[in-house]
Design a protein around this ligand. Structure first.
Ligand SMILES: NC(=O)c1ccc[n+]([C@@H]2O[C@H](COP(=O)([O-])OP(=O)(O)OC[C@H]3O[C@@H](n4cnc5c(N)ncnc54)[C@H](O)[C@@H]3O)[C@@H](O)[C@H]2O)c1
Ligand SMILES: [Zn+2]
Length: 365
């Protein structure tokens, strides 16, 4: 797959997303990117225990073919920090661990941090690198489908606060992203589905003859099975999905306009997640949120393509993504009161019009 290059106007910087096919190529490309700099790799326990990157490939064993850390990989464990997994650790305490380890390894302003993880690790490492000695570079190596197509692209970094998710953070672009789809082999099915929902969201926001993402996902959904054959079919669609996120981020890095479209399904979705006490996984809640936004698009007369709802329902069913819940509109609207996107009593919803076209809508609550 070809590299995808991003240009960020605000800082006039460019970086690329590379697609190493296997872990050996990843190691070689990463070593070249690190060059002779001091670095710290951060991952989480699940990835460390389950991914063959750490288990089989020799990446973290002594492998002199990989000139990381100059003398091979013998000393690599010194450069590795393994955090506990999950959203509940996306907090200050993990940031402190990253910073303490970076100081104890003598990292300085010429060093870099490397995130090997899902959105949780990626967001935290991005934020830690933004504040370590007032900012050092970092590299994203996404290991979940969601992180590949969404969180590793675009430079939003941060942690959660007891007052809400992602309330503390910064815009800090990575210096490079290495998207190696081999990581998906150890990823649980529920996490594949979370990523698929964000891909569907991209397909609903942006659709062109060159990149008919929604239709490609529809075709793929006909062949859904939780196996490696399905993953092979999924791989080319990952770069299509990243291209859409790139397109939007390049237009509006700091979400003053079109980047807001990426919230499609999320305002309703976050409310549904909250009402379910986070028992409904994020992607599934977003899918329910997108369906709810189609209902509202009908209600406010902005839906142009009546077939959209049925097509989306069919695709979600094919992917085995449940859209059943028992929450009423009143409960959902009540839960939306806590949404951080609420401004002066108004929620800005993103509503679908047709495939590839959405519009903002203000809802007074
Ligand atoms: N920065 C952004 O623009 C942006 C966009 C979307 C979401 N996010 C953030 O991303 C986070 C969600 O990311 P996520 O869905 O990747 O969650 P995650 O990082 O918690 O990963 C999901 C689970 O999969 C495990 N895992 C990761 N890779 C694995 C692998 N290859 N094999 C086996 N297990 C693996 C993790 O340990 C975790 O248990 C949220 O905190 C969200 O706020 C950020
Ligand atoms: Zn999301």
């Amino acid at each position: 797959m070809h590299d995808i290059n991003l240009h960020i106007k605000r800082q006039d910087i460019d970086y690329s997303i590379k697609f190493p096919q296997d872990f050996e190529t990843l190691a070689t490309q990463l070593a070249a990117q690190i060059n002779d700099r001091n670095f710290l790799i951060i991952t989480d326990e699940n990835i460390f225990n389950k991914s063959s990157l750490f288990q089989k490939s020799g990446f973290f064993k002594n492998n002199n073919q990989v000139p990381l850390d100059k003398g091979g990989m013998r000393g690599i464990s010194r450069n590795l920090l393994i955090l506990p997994p999950g959203e509940k650790y996306k907090n200050w305490s993990s940031i402190e661990k990253i910073l303490d380890k970076a100081f104890s390894q003598n990292l300085d302003r010429s060093s870099l941090l490397i995130a090997i993880g899902g959105g949780v690790v990626g967001d935290m490492v991005g934020f830690a690198s933004h504040i370590f000695m007032r900012g050092i570079p970092f590299i994203q190596i996404p290991t979940t489908l969601l992180a590949m197509v969404d969180s590793s692209v675009g430079g939003k970094t941060g942690i959660d606060s007891p007052f809400g998710k992602n309330l503390i953070g910064a815009f800090h672009q990575p210096e490079a992203v290495f998207c190696c789809t081999k990581f998906l082999e150890s990823l649980p099915e529920v996490e594949i589905k979370n990523g698929l929902c964000e891909m569907i969201k991209h397909g609903m926001i942006h659709h062109t003859p060159e990149n008919p993402h929604f239709e490609e996902l529809e075709k793929l959904s006909e062949k859904y099975a939780p196996n490696s054959h399905f993953l092979e079919g999924l791989v080319p669609l990952i770069s299509q999905s990243i291209a859409i996120k790139k397109h939007i981020v390049q237009q509006d890095e700091q979400e003053s306009g079109t980047r807001e479209n990426l919230n499609l399904g999320h305002t309703f979705g976050h409310a549904i997640e909250l009402l379910s006490e986070f028992k409904i996984p994020h992607g599934q809640a977003v899918a329910m949120g997108i369906l709810k936004s189609i209902e509202y698009a009908k209600k406010y007369g902005v839906l142009e393509d009546e077939s959209l709802e049925k097509r989306l329902q069919k695709m979600l069913k094919n992917f085995g993504i449940s859209t059943e819940h028992n929450f009423s509109d009143a409960e959902i609207i009540e839960a939306m009161q806590h949404d951080k996107k609420k401004k002066r009593g108004q929620i800005r919803l993103i509503l679908p019009q047709r495939i590839g076209q959405v519009c903002p809508h203000r809802l007074n609550i």
